[in-house]
Design a protein. Structure first.
Length: 183
């Protein structure tokens, strides 16, 4: 008996563990435990972009198709809403409503901070979608900001679109800018 105990002790020591393993039924292979993922899987719409926590929250809230999220709800708990909106607008192209909603929220709630962004969009030949969005919101912006953006749009690569859209606005001062713009 003593020899059996010594042999067992030597066997356990040679295996490197005193812990008992669960027996494996005859004929069945041992199953390795599944690896634990480090983090949640990355959204393929983000590409190589590594969003901040705020940007990720804004993206997740805006990508919901229906019901369309309200801008104040999107901003809840966000430290830097304007920065998060900018990140989403810059890096996200799909689903297409996400950057458009981010731009809308930024224009509606942060018009002064959004002015510089809107001026860039209307001057960029690649940003017809954002230009159209901005032009449609000019009536809702403070007049001085709306005039700056309208003037830049009328001088930019989307001037025909800008003139057509601005002539449809309610604000007389903005319509006057479009009427005075050269053909």
């Amino acid at each position: 008996m003593r020899i059996t105990c010594i042999a067992l002790a030597l066997t356990l020591a040679a295996c490197g563990s005193g812990e008992k393993e669960a027996p494996v039924p005859d004929g069945e292979p041992a199953v390795e435990p599944a690896p634990v993922p480090d983090a949640e899987p990355k959204d393929p719409n983000m590409g190589d972009w590594e969003p901040t926590e705020d940007e990720k929250k804004v993206y997740d809230r805006l990508k919901v198709r229906k019901p369309e999220p309200r801008c104040p709800d999107v901003e809840t708990g966000i430290t830097d809403a304007v920065g998060a909106f900018r990140g989403v607008i810059t890096h996200i192209t799909a689903p297409p409503w996400v950057p458009m909603r981010a731009a809308t929220c930024m224009l509606n709630a942060h018009a002064k901070e959004a002015e510089a962004d809107a001026l860039k969009w209307v001057a960029d030949p690649e940003q017809a979608g954002l230009t159209t969005l901005v032009l449609g919101r000019l009536d809702t912006l403070p007049l001085d900001i709306a005039k700056n953006i309208a003037t830049a749009a009328l001088d930019g690569p989307h001037k025909e679109l800008a003139k057509t859209r601005i002539l449809r606005l309610r604000t007389k001062e903005l319509k006057a800018l479009a009427e005075a713009a050269p053909e």
